[in-house]
Design a protein around this ligand. Structure first.
Ligand code: ATP
Length: 439
C-alpha cells in the first residue's frame, strides 16, 4: 500500500466524489438546493450507519458501565431555561446592512463585510435555537425548541436510567440523534450545518474522581478514531484555554482532525462539573443526587461529556480515506476505508455477463451477502468495475471467471494492494471474515 499520509484532498474533490457515487447530495437539489442542508445517498447512509454502529458498539455494547437511550428532540421548554440555552445559547454576531450577511464576531478580525466591503454592525446576540409551536395555537405559551444538543435528554433521565439499570457510579448514558442549531455561519460541506447528528456520552462520576475519568475519556475517544483507521498525523488533542471554557466547565479537550479546511474540532470532551444536574434539580424541584451506599453519602455526580458529530466524523473518514494512485497506467481514486466503516464490504463480479457464468456468480453472491454488505455488478469491463469499487472504498472484490466453472475457485482482489489470490469457493466466506474482521 502506498503511503500518501501527507496528501490532502480538496473539499471540492470530496463533494464531487460524494455526489458522483451517491454518498451525499445537496438537499432539495431540484429546487436549487437549500443552504447548508445535505442528504445522505445510498452509500452515505451506510457510511453514517457504520460510524454510528462502531461508536455504539465501542461505548455501549462492549461496556458494563454504559446504557443507551433515545430521547425526544422536542423537550419541555424549562429544560432550556435550566441548561442556560434560552438565555445564553447565542453568539455575538455582526451583520452587513448592505448584503444582509451575518458572521460570528469571533470569526472575523475586521469590521468590514468580507462579501461586499461595507462597514459591519456592532456585534449583537443571536439565539441559535430553532423555535416552533406545539399544538394548534401559535402563541407565547406554545413555543418549543428543537434541541441544539442531545445531552439534555440524558441529564433529565439520569434518575430513570439509574433506577432501572441499578448501575453504580461511575456509569454513563449514551445517545445518538439529530440536533439543530441556527448557526450563523455554515458551509464547508457537511462540516457545519444547521441540522446535524450527534453521538454523545454523559458519564457520571463521584466528585474528586472527575479528573481521572476526564483523562480516561480523552484517551478513549482519541483511540476510537485511530482504531478505525484515522492516521495519527491527522488527529490531535487541543486543550481549551481558560478563557475558551464555558463557565461551568473545569476542563475541555477537542479532538481535532486535519480537514481539507485545516485543523478543526471533530469532537469535544468536557468536564462539566455538577452544573447540569444541579441546574435541573433546581428548575424541576426534583432531587438528582446519588446515594453512595459505601459511605452513606448523598451527592450530585460530576459529568464527563464526550460529544461527537456523526457528520463531522463522516467527513473525517472520507477525507482520510481519500487517496490517488496509479493502476494499469491510469490514475485511480481509492477510498481506503477501514473495513468497519466501508459502506460495501465485498463486490461480487462475474468476469463476463455470459449466461454460463451467471448461476455460479449468483450462488457466490447469495453466500457472501448473508454475511457482509455486498454488491453484485456485471456491467461494463472488469477494470471499470474494479475502479468503481475502489472509488467507493470496497475492501474486497470476488471475481468469478470461466475457470471457476471447472475448478470451483474464485479470485479475491484486495483494494489497497490490488493483489489477487485464488481460493476455493467453499473457503470464500471464511477468508473474507478473517480479512474483514474489524477488531
Ligand atoms: P463548533 O465550535 O465547531 O461550533 P461546538 O464546540 O459548538 O462546535 P459542541 O457543542 O461541542 O460543538 O458539539 C459537539 C460536536 O457536535 C462537535 O464536536 C461537532 O462534531 C458536532 N457539531 C456541533 N455543531 C455542529 C454543526 N453545526 N454541524 C455539524 N456538526 C456539529
Amino acid at each position: 500500500m502506498t503511503d500518501h499520509a501527507t496528501q490532502r484532498v480538496e473539499m471540492d474533490q470530496l463533494v464531487s466524489l460524494c455526489k458522483r457515487r451517491g454518498f451525499v447530495f445537496q438537499s432539495s437539489e431540484i429546487y436549487g438546493g437549500l443552504a447548508s442542508c445535505w442528504d445522505y445517498g445510498p452509500l452515505g447512509v451506510e457510511l453514517k450507519r457504520n460510524i454510528k454502529n462502531a461508536w455504539w458498539k465501542a461505548v455501549v455494547q462492549s461496556r458494563d458501565d454504559m446504557a443507551g437511550i433515545e430521547t425526544s428532540i422536542i423537550m419541555h421548554p424549562k429544560v432550556w431555561e435550566a441548561s442556560g440555552h434560552v438565555a445564553g445559547f447565542h453568539d455575538p454576531m455582526v451583520e452587513c446592512k448592505t448584503c444582509n450577511q451575518r458572521w460570528r464576531a469571533t470569526d472575523l478580525d475586521t469590521d468590514i463585510c468580507p462579501q461586499c466591503g461595507t462597514k459591519l454592525s456592532e456585534p449583537r446576540q443571536f439565539n441559535l435555537m430553532f423555535k416552533t409551536f406545539m399544538g394548534p395555537v401559535e402563541d407565547q405559551s406554545s413555543i418549543v425548541y428543537l434541541r441544539p444538543e442531545t445531552a439534555q435528554g440524558m441529564f433529565v433521565n439520569f434518575d430513570n436510567v439509574l433506577s432501572t439499570t441499578r448501575k453504580k457510579l461511575p456509569f454513563g448514558i449514551a445517545q445518538i440523534g439529530k440536533s439543530f442549531r441556527n448557526e450563523i455561519t455554515t458551509g464547508n460541506f457537511i462540516f457545519r450545518t444547521r441540522e446535524f447528528e450527534q453521538m454523545e456520552i454523559e458519564y457520571f462520576v463521584k466528585p474528586g474522581t472527575d479528573e481521572q475519568w476526564f483523562k480516561y475519556w480523552v484517551n478513549e475517544r482519541y483511540s476510537w478514531y485511530t482504531k478505525l483507521g484515522i492516521k495519527k498525523e491527522h488527529l490531535r488533542l487541543r486543550e481549551h484555554a481558560k478563557d475558551e471554557l464555558a463557565h461551568y466547565a473545569k476542563r475541555c479537550f477537542d479532538v481535532e482532525f486535519l480537514f481539507p479546511i485545516g485543523w478543526s474540532e471533530c469532537e469535544g470532551i468536557a468536564n462539566r462539573s455538577d452544573f447540569d444536574l444541579t441546574q435541573h434539580a433546581k428548575f424541576s424541584g426534583k432531587s438528582l443526587t446519588y446515594f453512595d451506599e459505601e459511605n452513606g453519602e448523598h451527592f450530585i455526580p460530576y459529568i464527563i461529556e464526550p460529544s461527537a458529530g456523526v457528520d463531522r466524523a463522516a467527513l473525517a473518514f472520507l477525507t482520510d480515506a481519500y487517496d490517488e494512485d496509479v493502476a494499469d497506467g491510469e490514475k485511480r481514486i481509492v477510498l481506503r476505508f477501514h473495513p468497519a466503516i466501508a459502506p460495501v464490504k465485498v463486490a461480487v463480479l462475474p468476469l463476463s455477463k455470459k449466461e454460463t457464468l451467471t448461476p455460479l456468480a449468483k450462488e457466490v453472491y447469495a453466500e457472501v451477502r448473508r454475511c457482509f454488505a455486498t454488491q453484485y455488478d456485471d456491467s461494463q469491463s472488469i477494470g471499470r468495475r474494479y475502479r468503481r469499487q475502489d472509488e467507493i472504498g470496497t475492501p474486497f472484490c470476488v471475481t468469478i471467471d470461466f475457470q471457476s466453472l471447472e475448478d470451483k475457485q474464485v479470485t479475491i482482489r484486495d483494494r489497497d494492494t490490488m493483489d489477487q489470490i485464488r481460493v476455493p469457493i467453499q473457503d470464500v466466506v471464511g477468508i473474507l471474515s478473517d480479512k474483514l474482521n474489524c477488531e
